[in-house]
Design a protein around this ligand. Structure first.
Ligand SMILES: C[S@@+](CC[C@H](N)C(=O)[O-])C[C@H]1O[C@@H](n2cnc3c(N)ncnc32)[C@H](O)[C@@H]1O
Length: 258
C-alpha cells in the first residue's frame, strides 16, 4: 500500500476547504498573526508554507527550509505540529528568526532548529535528519540585496552562478529528502536591461535535473506592500513607456522525488 503523505482523510475530502487545489493562488493579505512579521523585506507569506505542509506532510514529520530568513516556515510548522529545520546564511537574521520562533506557541511540542550556514555546501547538512518536505525560497538572484556575503545567492556574479548554486542546494537537500516526497520552490522572475529573465523556469529546469519530477506550477499573486503601492503609478508609466508588464505574480513549484 502507498504510504500516506498527508493527514487528509479522503473519506471526508469535502471538509478540507482550506486546502487549495487550483494552480492559481490569490491571497489578498499576509497572515501577520503571532510571531509572523512583515518586517523582513523578501519573506514569503505564511500561507505558502502552510499550504505545502498541509498537503504534503503529516503531523510530526520533518520539514527543511533551505533559505529560512525570519523563519516563516518554522513558525507555521509549530502551528501545524511539524518539526522543522531552517538553514540561514546571515547570522543576524538567523538570531532574529530564532527569537521569533521561540516566542511562537508550541502546542504540539515539535522541534524547531535554525542552522546558520550556507545551504550550497555539504557540511551544513551534516547531522541533519531525513525530511518529508523541502521548501526553497531563495533570493530571486540579485533583486534584493540581503547581505554582502559572497556566498549569498543574491551576490551570484552571473545567472549561471546563481543556477549552479541552486543546483548544489537542491542536490544536497534532495539527499535528505525521503523518496516520493515533495520539494517546493518559491521564486519570481526578474527584468534586466529591458529583458524578462525567466528565473523561475530556469531554476525549475535545474531542479528537474536532480531526480525530481515536476508535479505543479502554481501562480501566486504578489501582494503589494505599502512602499510599492505608493509607486504604482510610476511602475505603470514605465511599463507603458518601455513595452513591458509589471510583475504581479510569482511561482510556487511542486516537485516529487522519484
Ligand atoms: C527570499 S529570503 C527567504 C525568506 C523566508 N522565506 C522568510 O519567509 O523569511 C532568502 C534568504 O536566503 C538567505 N540566503 C542567501 N544565500 C544563502 C545561502 N547560500 N545559504 C543559506 N541562506 C542563504 C538570505 O539571507 C535570505 O534570508
Amino acid at each position: 500500500m502507498k504510504r500516506k503523505i498527508n493527514d487528509i482523510d479522503m473519506r471526508r475530502w469535502k471538509e478540507y476547504g482550506e486546502i487549495l487545489t487550483d494552480s492559481w493562488w490569490y491571497f489578498p493579505s499576509r497572515d501577520n498573526s503571532g510571531m509572523h512579521t512583515p518586517e523582513y523585506h523578501g519573506n514569503f507569506i505564511p500561507q505558502i508554507p502552510r499550504q505545502a505542509m498541509l498537503r504534503f506532510t503529516r503531523r510530526g514529520e520533518w520539514v527543511l527550509d533551505t533559505f529560512a530568513g525570519l523563519g516563516t516556515t518554522l513558525i507555521e510548522g509549530r502551528r501545524l505540529g511539524r518539526n522543522a529545520v531552517g538553514i540561514e546564511l546571515n547570522p543576524e537574521i538567523a538570531k532574529k528568526a530564532r527569537e521569533l520562533v521561540d516566542n511562537e506557541e508550541n502546542p504540539y511540542g515539535v522541534s524547531t532548529k535554525i542552522v546558520v550556514g550556507d545551504s550550497t555546501v555539504d557540511e551544513t547538512y551534516r547531522s541533519l535528519p531525513n525530511f518529508q518536505l523541502v521548501i526553497m525560497h531563495p533570493p530571486y538572484w540579485d533583486i534584493i540585496k540581503f547581505s554582502e556575503d559572497k556566498r549569498d545567492l543574491c551576490n551570484a556574479t552571473s545567472l549561471r552562478d546563481f543556477l549552479d548554486a541552486m543546483g548544489q542546494a537542491t542536490k544536497l537537500a534532495v539527499e535528505h529528502l525521503e523518496p516520493e516526497r515533495y520539494l517546493v520552490l518559491v521564486i519570481g522572475d526578474k527584468y534586466s536591461r529591458g529583458k524578462w529573465i525567466p528565473l523561475g523556469f530556469y531554476t525549475m529546469q535545474v531542479i528537474m535535473q536532480h531526480g525530481l519530477m515536476l508535479k505543479s506550477i502554481v501562480v501566486k499573486n504578489i501582494e503589494e506592500n505599502r512602499g510599492k503601492r505608493g509607486q504604482r503609478a510610476l511602475w505603470r508609466y514605465r511599463a507603458l513607456l518601455h513595452g513591458y508588464y509589471v510583475f504581479k505574480h510569482e511561482y510556487v513549484m511542486f516537485f516529487q522525488k522519484k
